[in-house]
Design a protein around this ligand. Structure first.
Ligand SMILES: [Zn+2]
Length: 430
């Protein structure tokens, strides 16, 4: 077993109650000056073709210091560094052909602070301004205390922005975790779909499908939200509509989604904890690409919603795997749901398309070797196969041919509030 250290980071947002006009004005002044320095520096580094922070600082720092002599000088350093980081990531996007504009632009920003510019207190945060330290009360929430008291270290840098008369502070927690590489030989293919997560265990030839029906939840809320919005905005107009906001809050949409996600992730971790997890690598602009591919779809919005929920689950699973130091790899997912995991031929579907309501197995059959199973189980099997072939470079020992097509398979569900007993599903083989 070899041990490796890995640093995890989590950003936590804290919000202030509405601030007094004096405080808001002082903070907004810094926010705007910071933005101006950011834009100017970006302009300079772009036209002079230098992404070097130190070089930009040498040329620009003195000029900004004279122009904005009243604000703490560290803000100028931070803004210049911010600009050079933005330029670097823009150049990276451009190299990959993903940049939307010809030159870097500043759409929004938050003010970067080093440890000289902010201090957490018992009731909030102190922020350095042109008028000395300003005390900003904050609403500390459960999530903050969980990290704060849970062995995470607070990073010395933070960011903040001011929206209307409230301050949003973004702090970063970090934690070193050991990545265990105890080789149990177990490999788990984890296939994440709109309505279920399917895990295939190798070499035990066992599969489990955890049904979430997340798309139903997501779509249901989308329709209900739209209805509420329509009803209240017809009566009172959209902006500043307190009753609309109240009605939306009553939906508790976020809580419900988070509850399902966390329960799901707990189940996934419980299965894969003693082995290596193989997940698909989602492209950076996953949603856009799916939508472009399916331009003919009538319900593009519905589709986008569902896809974004896959992304969210994928992200949480990976975060939790890292946090519990379970090793994982990401593999390229192409053809994982359309190729036979035994012989690699193209599969043909046996039953209809995806079902909107409820969950039913969707069987696929290989015309060459006769292997038949549910398409999500096949997806998970193919992830393991991909990993074995591409990463470890060894031959695959998945169930062979028509004579041994059995993959033990159980289906269980995640529901809000109640724990559901697992039931055994039998794929019908024809
Ligand atoms: Zn086959």
């Amino acid at each position: 077993m070899n041990k490796q250290l890995k640093t995890l980071e989590r950003t936590v947002a804290l919000q202030s109650p509405p601030l007094t006009k004096t405080k808001t004005d002082a903070l907004r002044y810094i926010y705007q000056v910071y933005g101006r320095i950011l834009v100017e520096t970006l302009e300079y580094t772009w036209s002079n073709n230098t992404a070097s922070w130190t070089r930009a600082k040498k040329v620009l720092y003195k000029k900004f210091r004279e122009k904005y002599h009243d604000i703490p000088s560290h803000y100028i350093h931070e803004a210049i560094r911010d600009a050079s980081q933005r330029l670097k990531s823009f150049l990276k996007l451009k190299r990959k052909g993903l940049a939307h504009t010809d030159k870097p632009t500043v759409k929004g920003w938050s003010v970067g602070c080093d440890n000289q510019l902010w201090k957490l207190t018992l009731s909030g945060v102190k922020i350095a301004t042109q008028k000395g330290w300003i005390n900003v009360p904050l609403q500390f929430h459960k999530q903050f205390w969980k990290y704060y008291n849970g062995g995470w270290a607070l990073r010395s840098g933070a960011r903040w922005k001011i929206v209307e008369n409230k301050l949003y502070l973004y702090v970063v927690f970090a934690k070193d975790v050991e990545v265990k590489r105890e080789n149990t030989g177990k490999i788990y293919g984890v296939d994440i779909n709109e309505n279920n997560v399917t895990i295939y265990e190798y070499p035990a030839k066992r599969a489990v499908t955890i049904v979430t029906n997340f798309s139903k939840v997501v779509l249901g809320y989308a329709y209900r939200r739209a209805k509420i919005q329509q009803r209240w905005s017809e009566a009172y107009g959209v902006s500043g509509n307190r009753r609309l906001r109240c009605a939306l809050r009553m939906l508790r949409e976020r809580n419900v989604k988070r509850d399902i996600k966390l329960k799901l992730v707990r189940k996934v971790l419980d299965v894969v904890k003693d082995g290596l997890a193989v997940l698909e690598k989602l492209p950076k602009r996953f949603q856009d690409r799916v939508i472009e591919k399916n331009k003919v779809l009538n319900s593009i919005d519905a589709h986008r919603l569902k896809q974004s929920s896959i992304r969210g689950i994928h992200k949480v699973v990976i975060e939790k795997l890292a946090e519990h130091s379970i090793p994982y790899v990401l593999v390229n997912p192409s053809h994982t749901s359309s190729a036979c995991p035994i012989c690699g031929s193209k599969l043909s579907p046996m039953t209809g398309c995806a079902q909107r309501s409820g969950w039913k197995p969707r069987m696929m059959r290989c015309p060459r070797c006769g292997f038949t199973h549910d398409r999500d189980v096949i997806g998970a099997m193919n992830l393991v196969r991909k990993y074995l072939l591409d990463v470890e470079g060894r031959a695959v020992d998945l169930p062979k041919g028509t004579h041994d097509p059995r993959v033990e398979w159980s289906v269980t569900a995640v529901k809000r509030g109640v724990e559901v007993q697992p039931v055994l599903a039998r794929p019908t083989i024809t």
